[in-house]
Design a protein around this ligand. Structure first.
Ligand SMILES: Nc1ncnc2c1ncn2[C@@H]1O[C@H](COP(=O)(O)OP(=O)(O)OP(=O)(O)O)[C@@H](O)[C@H]1O
Length: 648
């Protein structure tokens, strides 16, 4: 079944340090044999086992297993050969201590396309064969040395391999336990497997059927032994197991399962490292949510607050009647008028509340252009001493939002004209007004009062000591178009004479302000994320170093380099998913806290999460984690199984 012809292994050939570890080995083993390989330290035993298991390539010669030469197999084929044909048993057991006994045995089936249930069933059966079914759910760390080695034997057996290779299986055990292990291996041989054991332990000879002795890389003894113990034992029936599938498992969840166990095992470390990432992700999600909110807010502002057919014309010097006539002469213009904002103070129970006073359009234009949206009462009518107050003020006056209570209330209002030329002395007027309505919060949340157009102008004149119908000096006029589509045309026509401020300009300033803010959050979160990536990279690197044993074990079980890579990619993706879920939860909490603060100031909740923003955040987190894992994962995949499995 196994034939070895002219096998030679030279380490570092052609150099001064070149070592001939094996030289011209010729051997033949058959099924049912219990081969015992003896030899002093350095005689080449480990080298021999590594070549048999396809973990290393010979320098010369061939190893024929069922007449196929395994030394000529490619990486993936050799991994398949290990998966299907070889069961390893190590001196130091190589169990994953944080897994239970049965989970360790299931690892033997990791590369097979079986359901989890089927794996469990076979693993339990294998544990039963080594007499350990009652410890199936004990963690490996809690088992005794002999029990651990029996679990390791079950893990080798569960794959139903043709060849079982044991490297010093009794090296770490007392003599009584060693005997138990050897007799188990003997049973395995009896059941038809080829068992090859490297040992220093002469006791093994009592169970062996074939002795091979190595010295300085050559075979000095190759001898069949009489069946001493075997004859005394009742013949073991071959255990009945359904045949294992030959394909490789392509279950994408396996690496995730293994990594999830690793993460749970070291959960506090992962939680601490994730905090940076969680904060970065929460920041990123908030920046995206804010951007979303700003876009929605701008659409809202365009539609409801800023009148898209109103322009402001500004001149260096004073505007006069001629300017007004000249602009109004353009057929696209419907109305030109001077409008004045005043500083105001409401006197209320010994308090003074500051506000800006703005003129409303005359009533006949209300339907044509945007007027402040009323949420209680109505707007003041032309020619009255009435006022509408924005909700922010109404709230302060009332100490609540039962705005109806304010309608009809009289307030003392002081007002002062703002003179753009600083040429006129101005004084505070004081007058009683009746509140007729409460309006929605304004674009940037200032406190506003709205007066009828003529009333507003009267206040300006009085404040500036002007006569009843006198012109008020101003450098700007408000221009209302019949059609908002004419805005660009009008801008073009009047550009040389006036500075024309369009609704877009008003919105642009606001957008810029918001976008700078978004940019700051975004940059800060990206910086945090970048640091988080470094930390994830480092933790995965540590994880690779901690999982060396596991990597070696998986390779011995038939894992390919790609499978190893996947293990660490899975770990990174799990970490990314965990951090992005927490990050998103944090961003949603931030939204619950921040939005009411914003809405107190302006009439809009600016943090607006959407499926797209949250989805993008998760995607970014996953990409970032994936990127962070690339270097550690490829380091893991390049590790040499021989180094990893070397006896300590
Ligand atoms: N990677 C390597 N590079 C160079 N020389 C090596 C390498 N691995 C093993 N050797 C040498 O090859 C020879 C055989 O080593 P091997 O480990 O196979 O012996 P061994 O019988 O298993 O010894 P021990 O029982 O101490 O493990 C030794 O001289 C060893 O120093």
């Amino acid at each position: 079944m196994l034939q070895i012809r002219h096998l030679k292994k030279t380490y570092q050939p052609g150099t001064q340090a070149s070592v001939i570890a094996l030289n011209d080995i010729n051997l033949a083993f058959d099924q049912g044999e219990f081969v015992c390989i003896l030899g002093k330290s350095g005689s080449g035993k480990s080298t021999f086992l590594n070549l048999l298991a396809g973990l290393d390539y010979p320098t010369e010669g061939e190893i024929l297993i069922k007449s196929s030469n395994i030394s000529q197999l490619k990486d993936r084929e050799i991994a398949n050969f290990r998966k299907d044909s070889i069961g390893f048993i190590f001196q130091d057991f190589q169990l994953l201590e944080h897994l239970t006994a049965v989970e360790n045995v299931e690892l033997g089936l990791m590369m097979f396309p079986l359901s989890q249930r089927e794996k469990r069933k076979r693993a339990l059966q294998a544990l039963q064969e080594v007499g350990l079914e009652m410890r199936a759910s004990s963690r490996a760390a809690t088992l005794s040395g002999g029990e651990k080695q029996r679990v390791a034997i079950a893990r080798a057996l569960v794959k139903d391999p043709d060849i079982v290779i044991a490297d010093e299986p009794s090296g770490a055990l007392d003599s009584k336990t060693s005997e138990l292990i050897f007799s188990l291996l003997q049973k395995i041989a009896q059941a038809g497997k080829l068992v090859i054991v490297v040992t220093h332990d002469n006791d093994a000879l009592r169970y062996a059927t074939h002795l091979v002795e190595l010295r300085d890389g050559v075979v000095i003894t190759d001898q069949m032994l009489p069946y001493q113990q075997l004859e005394a034992l009742p013949a073991e029936p071959k255990p009945q197991r359904p045949a294992l599938p030959k394909q490789r498992s392509s279950d994408p969840l396996t690496p995730f399962r293994l990594s999830a166990k690793q993460i749970l095992e070291k959960k506090w470390r992962y939680v601490l490292v994730s905090i940076g990432m969680v904060i970065g992700i929460a920041g990123l999600a908030s920046a995206l949510n804010l951007n979303n909110g700003i876009a929605a807010y701008m659409a809202y502002a365009r539609q409801r607050i800023v009148d898209d057919s109103k322009l402001t014309f500004i001149k260096q010097g004073q505007m006069n009647f001629n300017d007004s006539l000249h602009i109004e002469h353009d057929p696209r213009v419907r109305l030109v008028q001077d409008e004045y904002e005043l500083n105001g103070k409401i006197l209320w129970h010994q308090q003074e509340i500051d506000l800006k006073l703005d003129p409303l359009l005359q009533q006949k234009y209300w339907g044509l252009y945007t007027t402040p949206r009323v949420i209680a009462g109505s707007l003041p009518k032309d020619g009255t001493d009435e006022i509408a107050l924005s909700a922010t003020i109404a709230q302060r006056l009332l100490g609540g939002s039962d705005f109806q209570r304010l309608i009809g209330t009289k307030i003392e209002l002081k007002s002062l004209a703002l003179d753009p030329f600083n040429a006129y002395p101005a004084r505070w007027n004081e007058q009683t007004f009746t509140v007729t309505g409460v309006t929605e919060k304004t674009l940037i949340g200032e406190d506003h009062g709205y007066l009828p157009y003529a009333t507003d102008k009267d206040l300006v004149r009085r404040s500036q000591f002007l006569g009843k119908n006198a012109d008020i000096p101003t450098n700007q006029l408000s221009v209302y178009l019949a059609n908002s589509q004419d805005v660009p045309g009008i801008v073009k026509t009047f550009r040389g004479e006036y500075t024309v401020v369009t609704p877009e300009d008003v919105l642009k300033d606001l957008t810029n302000l918001f976008q700078n803010f978004t940019l700051i959050i975004l940059s800060a979160s990206l910086l945090i994320l970048f640091i988080a990536v470094l930390m994830i990279g480092i933790i995965l690197y540590i994880s690779v170093l901690e999982r060396l044993q596991e990597i070696g074990l998986l390779i011995s079980l038939g894992a390919t380099r790609n499978d190893i890579k996947k293990l660490f990619l899975a770990e990174a993706l799990l970490l990314g998913l965990f951090a992005s879920i927490l990050g998103i939860v944090l961003s949603l909490i931030a939204q619950l806290v921040v939005n009411p603060l914003i809405t107190a100031y302006m009439n809009y909740a600016l943090l607006q999460p959407s499926v797209v923003t949250l989805g993008s955040t998760i995607a970014i987190a996953m990409i970032v984690s994936f990127a962070a894992s690339l270097i550690p994962a490829s380091k893991a995949a390049r590790l040499s199984a021989i180094e990893l499995l070397r006896r300590h």
